[in-house]
Unconditional design. Structure first.
Length: 153
């Protein structure tokens, strides 16, 4: 299987790929846990600075609110447009990430079920083993009792 590099996933996150490549990347993502991890790292690395930028931008606007009302209107418009674009982009990527998590979770869920069944089985086994041990102990005590009786004689 051909894997994609971190740089390539960054391009994907930044939406710098053409349509055909994008489909190839997406298809690969559905089948490759390794690349999914790289992809999620790329999202974190690429999206977080945007959030920080956005916060700085808001602070900037807030600081200008009292004295420059006219300028603030245009800036606010820019900000909301930027925020919407960012929001859409993030929702798209997190949507994919969420779907992946769901798939992984459902796989994990079935694994847990199997493990649960295994636990029940081994518990049963332990109980059997315990009764065997108990039996051996009973026999040992019985033997010790007879031995004591013998010693008395
Ligand atoms: Zn891969």
């Amino acid at each position: 299987m051909k894997h994609y590099s971190y740089e390539q996933w960054t391009k994907y996150v930044k939406n710098e790929l053409d349509g055909e490549d994008k489909i190839l990347y997406e298809d690969h993502l559905y089948t490759c846990d390794q690349c999914l991890e790289v992809y999620l790292t790329a999202i974190e690395a690429e999206e977080l600075p945007d959030i920080i930028d956005g916060t700085a931008f808001t602070d900037n606007i807030m600081a200008q609110l009292p004295n420059e009302n006219n300028k603030q209107d245009t800036k606010n418009e820019n900000f909301s447009r930027k925020a919407t674009a960012f929001y859409k982009k993030t929702i798209f990527h997190y949507g994919i990430a969420a779907a992946m998590t769901l798939i992984l979770m459902s796989t994990g869920f079935f694994q847990t079920l199997t493990q649960y069944a295994g636990d029940v089985e081994s518990k049963q086994f332990k109980e059997d083993k315990a009764s065997i041990t108990e039996g051996i102990m009973d026999k040992t005590f019985a033997w010790m009792d007879t031995k004591k009786e013998e010693d008395k004689k």
